[in-house]
Design a protein around this ligand. Structure first.
Ligand SMILES: [Zn+2]
Length: 386
């Protein structure tokens, strides 16, 4: 890891970083294409109906058991189809020395990920077809409310139930950092319930930090790869940014945005289902062989809305950055931490504009640094003058 300096020029990205990010983008395209093709084939060939019949036979003709079996087959098939790409993504991280995981540990994570996905999808899909069966007229409104309740519960439980399945977390014990955080929090007139050391180094050489949880599980998590290698001032700048998310209530606002997006999603899903039933693709709404259609509709909607949601996320990131500039003494550690993080994570500091606009939830590092410099010029009379 090299310290690049505080003013990377437009040519600040190594060919290595360019290549790595280009391959990653192709991998997500491929992943999406394989998924969509799989769903379309299932629907067009009638295999979805055959899979449903098979699930009924295996599930003693019991509706909810058959729904579960159908979903299990669907997820298992999708996993098998996408496994090559998943492995390629892992090999890519290994090739660029960003992953420290061995194949066995990675396979174990894959297995755990599959089981977690199966559990969450089972809850969602069983609720979905329960509402369709019991309330065929307004199922999509009820399903939307239930889905949002589940989403909020999950946002709250994730830091204590979901993340520990994959990573270890310990309360931060560093006295200097705790003192810095207390001072930052007091200045903000708020309190974050905890700061946790996130053992990322077991799997990755990348560094990261995040604000997670809701209510009494809200916490800042800091990767050990950051804590062990960055200066106190740099970590404080990162903490100040995360505190900015907290002060601006970004998690709560994102939940409202999510509610809007899923409302559109369920509304469109209802239209698609009715269209399919009217055109005799399925006999009734509650025929769960139509699940691929629902997934297809929601995938297309999320891809279409992605640029908009990313723009919103970048707006929040800029707000958190501004908050950080305001609460730290000098923007220099912010700039150096950004530069170091980009280098360490092999991120593009100056991605192509369309790439940033379509895919990035964070503003380009070069822009974030430029914003910090602009702030310093207007507030501190230039860099380094406090
Ligand atoms: Zn952020």
């Amino acid at each position: 890891m090299t310290f690049v300096g505080k003013t990377p020029g437009p040519a600040g990205d190594s060919p290595e970083a360019r290549r790595y990010n280009r391959v990653r983008r192709w991998l997500s395209f491929a992943d999406f294409a394989v998924g969509v093709a799989f769903l379309i084939v299932l629907l067009a060939t009638g295999w979805s109906g055959q899979l449903r019949d098979f699930a009924y036979r295996m599930g003693w003709q019991i509706y909810s058991v058959s729904v579960f079996l159908y979903l299990f087959f669907l997820l298992a098939l999708a996993k098998a189809l996408g496994f090559g790409l998943d492995y390629y993504a892992f090999a890519l991280e290994r090739r660029y020395k960003l992953s420290t995981q061995r194949i066995r540990a990675w396979l174990w994570d894959e297995a755990k990920g599959f089981l977690v996905a199966l559990l969450l999808c089972t809850i969602v899909v069983e609720l979905l077809y329960f509402t369709i069966r019991e309330f065929p007229l307004h199922w999509w409104l009820l399903a939307w409310i239930l889905f949002m309740m589940l989403f909020i519960a999950l946002a709250q439980l994730a830091p204590i139930v979901l993340f520990p399945i994959f990573y270890k977390f310990d309360p931060l014990e560093d006295e200097d950092l705790r003192r810095r955080l207390t001072m930052l929090s007091e200045r903000a007139g708020t309190r974050v319930r905890g700061v946790y050391r996130w053992k990322l180094s077991e799997k990755s050489t990348k560094a990261n930090a995040a604000l997670t949880g809701l209510g009494n599980t809200r916490r800042i998590i800091l990767a050990d790869t950051l804590l062990d290698n960055y200066s106190g001032d740099e970590i404080e700048a990162v903490l100040a940014h995360e505190l900015g998310h907290h002060v601006h209530r970004h998690i709560l606002k994102s939940i409202f945005v999510q509610a809007g997006v899923t409302f559109i999603g369920f509304w469109a899903a209802n239209l698609a289902l009715h269209y399919a039933v009217d055109h005799h693709m399925f006999e009734e709404l509650s025929d769960f062989a139509n699940l691929p259609l629902l997934v297809l509709v929601s995938s297309v909607i999320s891809v279409l809305l992605m640029p908009l949601l990313n723009a919103y996320a970048r707006f929040n990131e800029r707000q958190a950055d501004q908050y950080a500039f305001d609460s730290i003494e000098s923007v220099e550690p912010f700039i150096s931490s950004m530069t170091r993080l980009a280098g360490q994570n092999l991120a593009e500091k100056t991605p192509a504009k369309w790439v940033e606009w379509l895919f990035h939830s964070h503003p380009a590092v070069s822009r974030r640094i430029a914003a910090a410099e602009a702030f310093a010029r207007t507030h501190h009379g230039g860099l380094g003058v406090h």
